[in-house]
Design a protein around this ligand. Structure first.
Ligand code: SF4
Length: 340
């Protein structure tokens, strides 16, 4: 008898299905716990929690954030019962948290929602599909603060402040072209949630006191962003001599509004250099939007994916995931061997 997925759709399970339907089957249909846990995944989770705490307490002391991060990571690691793998570079996390804390567009953001859980349903045809999940950050930010760092995106924005929905990433930067961001199924679902979902936090309540008060945001943020904190990690080598004008003076930098910290001593950059790592470093935040017409079309776009999951066909998606990351490799291998 075919075993089918019956639960509500969650973003992580949908992305897991897109990566490998068989891994989705082991996780969401057979409810097998993952055989091993990547420590970097635990570290990213601790990083998320620390950033949320910093916003709640309005305390962006980088040292304090890093100490909390270490404490939380060790507690989470102690609770893990399965095998772990991967090595966490704690100095990278220190830099990422410090980079976050240093940015005025983070420190001065007005938090509308943090880690707020939602549910909603779609009925693109005859079948109703239920979704649940969590919005990480919904913020109001002064446009000038963003324009200072992302002039190309905010040059023509006339509003004095914008509403930004944002997902934080501690992993490697990927899928950041405007096309990939427009296709991002995670942002599709989250934009639908902000428009149609029922949330457990009413506006302004970023603590857990009113966690059970349902609220309908009915909002289309001006922008959605994916924020790669790795872009805040300083390059180990910022080589290159400073360029000088005819009078021997440093030439002002035209890439960033405030000087980057460069070299082994992390001194503020004095101006243009023969080569500048800022050019190859990403801007950290990557923006996209989901206007009303697109939101209207998303349920239809999700329908084939939801229907495929409900049909109970969970083929193997052999690839890199099998060898490096899959938490169900032994179960998968034993299935194959039984049929061989
Ligand atoms: S081992 Fe590979 S094919 Fe099997 S579930 Fe994992 S990712 Fe999918």
């Amino acid at each position: 008898m075919i075993q089918r997925f019956k639960g509500p759709f969650r973003i992580d399970s949908i992305t897991q299905f897109l990566s490998c339907p068989r891994a989705f089957y082991f996780n969401e249909v057979k409810f097998l716990p993952p055989e091993r846990i990547n420590l970097n995944w635990l570290a990213a989770r601790a990083g998320h929690t620390v950033i949320s705490q910093a916003h709640r307490e309005q305390n962006f002391s980088a040292d304090n954030m890093f100490e909390r991060f270490l404490d939380l990571f060790e507690k989470q690691k102690a609770r893990v019962k399965t095998e772990t793998f991967g090595a966490v570079d704690f100095e990278e996390y220190r830099s990422m948290l410090k980079g976050y804390a240093n940015m005025p567009y983070n420190r001065e953001a007005v938090v509308l929602a943090l880690d707020s859980e939602f549910y909603f349903d779609i009925r693109p045809a005859r079948t109703t599909y239920f979704f649940e999940g969590r919005i990480e950050q919904l913020l109001r930010i002064e446009t000038d603060l963003l324009r200072a760092e992302f002039s190309d995106v905010f040059e023509s924005v006339t509003k004095s402040s914008i509403i930004l929905h944002r997902c934080l990433k501690f992993g490697q930067r990927r899928h950041t072209s405007s096309f990939e961001l427009a296709m991002n199924v995670r942002l599709d679902i989250l934009s639908l949630a902000l428009k149609n979902g029922i949330f457990n936090h009413p506006p302004g309540s970023i603590d857990h006191v009113s966690r059970n008060t349902p609220y309908h945001w009915d909002i289309i943020p001006d922008f959605h962003a994916v924020y790669f904190l790795r872009d805040h990690i300083p390059y180990k080598d910022d080589g290159g001599r400073y360029l000088r004008d005819d009078n021997g003076d440093f030439i002002p930098c035209d890439l960033v509004s405030s000087p980057c910290l460069v070299g082994k001593k992390q001194d503020p950059c004095k101006g243009k250099r023969i080569y500048c790592t800022k050019k190859s470093r990403g801007p950290a935040m990557f923006f996209t939007a989901r206007p009303q017409a697109r939101i209207h079309a998303i349920p239809r776009e999700l329908m084939p994916l939801c229907a495929a999951i409900r049909m109970g066909h969970y083929p193997r998606q052999l690839g890199e995931l099998c060898l490096n990351y899959c938490g169900y490799r032994s179960a998968c291998e034993s299935e194959i061997r039984q049929r061989a």
